[in-house]
Design a protein around this ligand. Structure first.
Ligand code: MF3
Ligand code: CO
Ligand code: CO
Length: 283
């Protein structure tokens, strides 16, 4: 059975109950998420061949501090960086370091900024210089799968509708959906109930209700879906070393659908990725 709670009147820990947020919370999330989106916009000109992921981390840290925000990943469960940078076959939770990006890489940059206690969580793929067609296609398929997941969000629907939409489309493009990580409720907590699986069946899982806030963040692979965690305890990579891509938005369920809090103010939601018109049939 699913329990739904008024968000602010209840303790700040993940009890498994789903929080229902009011208009003030939506306003707070809008602000945090738009700052995160501006930070991701600012990274468009930073990401170039030769730039280190540590330089990206420095940019995000400085951006946060200069906007009265805190990067949520800093000291989160022992993680020591302001951002996750996941390159090529890295699925998620790549740790910034001093190794430079090279032409042809694709890198996911995942930023979560806390503003007035609210967490804005979003990630995008950034191509480094010119990338191979297969890499661009994977990014295209992954962002489209996220949009199809978002389209499935409406009150009265079920969380499973989201994963079903993502999985059906991604697999129709001969890609696979990572099972080991999921989207999540978000608000004053970084990771809260419910889990948002990126695979599954329509009608499964908790019912969606107005006032729910969560992320959708599909990780899509060109090869098989299986991952392993490297010895640093964080970095998740594809077992078959094929490319993996991810985009993430934070959304709120409204009376008639949803509001996407993390859309790019500069229209850089898919920086450097030209959508392939041949894939438009899927929409
Ligand atoms: N931002 C990630 C997410 O989308 C979580 C990163 S947690 C970290 O949920 F510790 F790895 F940074
Ligand atoms: Co997230
Ligand atoms: Co994130």
């Amino acid at each position: 059975m699913t329990t739904y709670l008024e968000a602010e009147a209840n303790p700040l820990r993940n009890t498994g109950a789903i929080r229902i947020y009011d208009a003030d919370a939506f306003a707070g999330m809008r602000k945090a998420c738009q700052l995160t989106a501006r930070c991701l916009d600012g990274l468009v000109e930073i990401v170039q061949p030769g730039v280190t992921t540590q330089a990206i981390d420095d940019f995000v840290y400085d951006f946060a501090v200069s906007h009265d925000a805190v990067p949520a990943t800093l000291n989160y469960r022992g993680y020591t960086k302001s951002v996750c940078t996941s390159i090529n076959h890295v699925v998620c939770h790549g740790i910034p370091n001093e190794k430079p990006l090279k032409e042809g890489d694709i890198v996911n940059i995942d930023v979560t900024l806390i503003v007035d206690g609210w967490h804005g969580d979003s990630s995008r793929m950034y191509p480094v210089g010119r990338v191979k067609r297969a890499a661009e296609r994977l990014c295209d398929v992954t962002y489209r799968s996220l949009l199809l997941g978002i389209d499935a969000v409406r009150p009265g629907g079920h969380i499973g509708d989201i994963g079903a939409a993502i999985q059906t489309y991604a697999e129709s493009e001969r890609c696979s959906v990572v099972r080991d990580f999921c989207g999540h409720g978000v608000g004053k907590l970084f990771h809260d109930a419910p889990n948002i699986l990126h695979y599954g069946h329509r009608g499964e899982g908790p019912e969606m209700r107005p006032g729910m806030i969560f992320t959708i963040e599909p990780m899509i692979n060109l090869g098989r879906p299986h991952v392993k965690i490297l010895s640093d305890g964080w970095t998740a990579v594809t077992r078959d070393r094929t490319l993996s891509a991810q985009y993430e938005h934070t959304i709120g369920v409204t009376e008639d659908g949803c509001e996407v809090f993390t859309f790019s103010p500069g229209r850089f939601d898919t920086p450097g990725i030209a959508f392939d018109p041949n894939l438009d049939a899927a929409r």
